[in-house]
Design a protein around this ligand. Structure first.
Ligand code: NAI
Length: 269
């Protein structure tokens, strides 16, 4: 895609799932890639394996790579992550806010810490990362791109996932507001809205054929998406081929946002 070769990209939550595919896709397009990952003690071994897979695939493309550890729910870790990335790659042109989590529970019962945690990672973390990226673009007086990995739940309510729904709904106006505020500075801000995608966040159904069929029957195109399909659209939105697009969310969802229940004309028959 036009305009990605030699660009410096930071992908948050880049060691697994959609983030990993995004990191690899940018490397295939000739971009230098900083891969952010967070590792808790319990997850350390598994995370280490995923990070190594990702870094190997990026390196195979012959671009610069950098691993940056950091928790996007912590402002000081984000600031450090940007310093390390900008120093390590020699600047930053594209930020992909991909890190995300979800927790579930009836909305009248969940602990407020659970709600706060999801907002802190998915929305507040994405905002602080965007703020740091924009500061850098402005200081260097150069154009920049931010892509937020949102969700179909930016517009489709998700009962029992109130934190997730609120965070992705908020991401829509994070995208639109920053896009408007910085359009005159050549900074573009867009979102990708994945539908059900085969990644670790969906471990509850991806390896169980019956549960997976149950999920996929709700999708107009009849199948879940792949992380590579999300990565392709992320790369497109970051490329010069999308040079005139800002403030938009491109849903990549096999038709999930098309009100699938209206496949039949039940409301008129
Ligand atoms: P995933 O669980 O593989 O990826 C999430 C990544 O975020 C992981 O690498 C995780 O370590 C990282 N992360 C979590 N908390 C973090 C923190 N505090 N600091 C830094 N990194 C952190 O799941 P997936 O599916 O790849 O999710 C990526 C994004 O795509 C998320 O924002 C998710 O909401 C979004 N999405 C995923 C869909 C799906 O069906 N898989 C559908 C719609 C949106």
């Amino acid at each position: 895609m036009e305009g990605l070769r030699g660009k410096n990209v930071l992908v948050t939550g880049g060691s697994t799932g959609i983030g990993q595919s995004i990191a690899i896709r940018f490397a295939q397009e000739g971009s230098n890639v900083a891969i952010n990952y967070r590792s808790s003690l319990e997850e350390a071994k598994k995370t280490e394996e995923m990070v190594q897979v990702c870094i190997r695939r990026v390196r195979e493309c012959g671009v610069k790579d950098l691993l940056v550890k950091g928790d996007v729910s912590k402002e000081e870790e984000i600031v450090r992550m940007f310093e390390t990335t900008i120093e390590g790659l020699g600047g930053l042109d594209i930020l992909v806010n991909n890190a995300g989590i979800q927790t579930s529970g009836a909305s009248d019962e969940i602990e407020i810490e659970s709600f706060d945690r999801v907002i802190a990672v998915n929305l507040r973390g994405a905002y602080i990362c965007a703020r740091e990226a924009i500061k850098h673009f402005l200081a260097q007086d150069k154009e920049g791109v931010i892509i937020n990995v949102s969700s179909v739940h930016q517009i489709i309510p998700k009962p029992k996932y109130i934190g997730y729904s609120a965070s992705k709904g908020g991401m829509q106006n994070l995208t639109r507001t920053l896009a408007l505020e910085y359009a005159g500075k050549n900074i573009r801000v867009n979102s990708v809205g994945p539908g059900a995608t085969i990644t670790p966040i969906n471990r509850a159904w991806i390896d169980d054929p019956e549960k997976r069929a149950e999920v996929e029957k709700h999708i107009p195109m009849g199948r879940a998406g792949t992380s590579e399909e999300m990565a392709a659209v992320t790369a497109f939105l970051a490329s010069d081929e999308a040079a005139y697009i800002t403030g938009q969310t491109l849903f990549v969802d096999g038709g999930l946002t098309l009100y699938p229940d209206f496949r039949s004309a039940w409301s008129s028959e």
